[in-house]
Design a protein around this ligand. Sequence first.
Ligand code: AMP
Length: 281
Amino acid sequence: MRVVRTAEEMRALCRAAKARSGCLGFVPTMGALHAGHLSLVRAARTKSAVVAASIFVNPAQFGPEEDYTRYPRNLERDCGLFENEGVELVFAPEAGEMYREDSASWVIVDGLSDRLCGRSRPGHFRGVATVVAKLFHIVEPDVAFFGQKDAAQVAIIGRMVRDLKFALAIEVCPIVREPDGLALSSRNAYLGPAERKAALVLFRSLERARGLFEGGERNSFELMQAARHEFLVEPAVRLDYFEVVDPDSLEPQPEISKKTLVAVAAYIGCTRLIDNILLEP
Ligand code: AMP
């Protein structure tokens, strides 16, 4: 496995790997790897001859008050995990390699970027779309793998790929959870034991919505009411949003008459966590 620091070298190695083996799969991450990330690598291995991954904590997607500086970083451990999973190329650039000081170009996916997490994290999805576009230009993958965990990201990257005519396919992989239901996240490492317990309210609220849906409820407002109620009994957790939306446009969906995304975000102390489920009538 090669760990590559510059865009130029990464592009050359990816082109050579593609020429040699055919299909190139790509898994972009911010590191602090867990089983969710590794599930993407496994999916990539089954669907592509060579797998490239990236580890880059992207400053452009963090707000000024957010956790960019304290985001967990452990390149050596992450590279060991990637190597065990059969990743061939790891791109781990410094911030200056991805953003020159006079960098002035951004990718904005209008409308979608202001919904769900984009509302409480202004500029977040501009940062995400921009860095993913850059990574796609550097790696030039045939298939890129993303987790359903970041459902809004999936919608935004899918739209960007379609609109800007990137020549690649997107594969979305299911959410990997702890045995008690908590979605794996690099940010779970911030949680103390009491917070870890309180964090389960995200999963509980989604399960409550799913239960109502399975009982025949199709009115989104009823699902949202019931789910928000779960948060009232967990005062240590501050609900950011609980929404029922179209998975592609991220627009509110009042009735669940087709595939629907139910998404939640909440703060447990200073830690912001997200989770979601898809409902299909
Ligand atoms: P991150 O390092 O948080 O930017 O995540 C990198 C990729 O891993 C994204 O496509 C995420 O959606 C995906 N991912 C993160 N957590 C999970 C999870 N629990 N299950 C599946 N995929 C995940």
